[in-house]
Design a protein around this ligand. Structure first.
Ligand SMILES: [Zn+2]
Length: 296
């Protein structure tokens, strides 16, 4: 009985103290608060931050990050954050609107230092640099350096986490090189032409119905052009992304007389239970899907 009362008063005192500090639970937490624009950056940042920081991402899994519409809680998350990691290269077209209302939180584009590829046939840079694993390593180095700058006491931990994770990414890169060796027809056809960086690194030609999700159209002309390529190249299969409407690719597959060989992850990691919940797992899933689908 006595113990219960002590616990009871303890809880009240704690509540009073927290209230006195004007603190919500988050503010009572002195960990570094990191927010990223989308789930893939969320995973990379979590790998480096480990237990020293709380990492959240804005664009929910399953939605694409180009033309996202921020919800009120997003503004709050970013305002409360110590740092906001974005991809840059024009990915987050909604960024300007969001940060007009989020105070002076530092915005760090973690793709800094990658060599941008142009959007095929259009002006501007292709934002999907993370699909080349060697670029993801640059992202991780940028995140590591930024975290150390903001939280110097954690430097050893951030360095150790980044080192271990980069080793895993280097293994992944080597694994991809080995896996794709046996693929004769290295051509990827998807809805959004998001695999240019992947293709450049691992030797694939890439085509999309459209170039960028934010310019998404799926016009009869665009569909006919891709159908023509699939037929001309005699491709065994096409693929569809988890973050786009699959009906356009279903039309391409039907008109070209091929199968959709599977779903691939470009602009988000997979949902819990998908087997693609992390960056590494989603890349493994993609590579397995390409290798299997492009076999004759
Ligand atoms: Zn995209």
């Amino acid at each position: 009985m006595k113990k219960t009362w002590i616990l009871f008063f303890g809880t009240i005192m704690m509540t009073v103290l927290l209230a006195a500090c004007g603190g919500s639970e988050e503010q009572a937490n002195d960990k570094l608060q990191v927010v990223t624009s989308f789930s893939i950056l969320g995973d990379l940042a979590e790998q480096v931050a480990g237990d020293r920081a709380d990492v959240e991402y804005l664009v929910p899994i399953g939605e694409e990050p180009h033309e996202y519409e921020a919800v009120p809680s997003d503004f709050q998350k970013v305002s409360d954050a110590d740092v906001f990691y974005v991809n840059g290269l024009g990915l987050e077209e909604w960024l300007e609107r969001l940060v007009q209302n989020t105070g002076d939180v530092p915005i760090v584009p973690v793709s800094a230092g990658v060599s941008p590829l142009p959007i095929a046939g259009e002006e501007g840079e292709d934002p999907h640099a993370w699909l080349d694993v060697t670029n993801a390593i640059k992202y991780v180095e940028n995140i590591r350096d930024d975290l150390i700058e903001r939280d110097p006491e954690g430097a050893d931990e951030y360095k150790a986490n980044a080192l271990a994770y980069i080793e895993e990414l280097e293994e992944l890169h080597t694994w991809i090189q080995t896996e794709v060796e046996g693929v004769d027809e290295r051509v990827i056809a998807v809805s959004e032409n998001a695999f240019q960086y992947f293709g450049e690194q691992y030797g694939f030609e890439t085509y999309g119905i459209w170039e960028l999700n934010s310019h998404e159209e799926g016009t009869p002309g665009q569909i006919a052009t891709l159908v023509e390529i699939v037929k001309e190249r005699n491709l065994p299969a096409v693929f569809v992304e988890t973050t786009v409407d699959s009906r356009y690719m279903e039309t391409v597959a039907r008109d070209a007389g091929v199968d959709i060989a599977g779903e691939v992850y470009t602009d988000a990691v997979g949902l819990e239970g998908s087997g693609a919940e992390s960056y590494i797992k989603m890349i493994e899933h993609n590579v397995n899907t390409f290798v299997e689908g492009l076999k004759r």
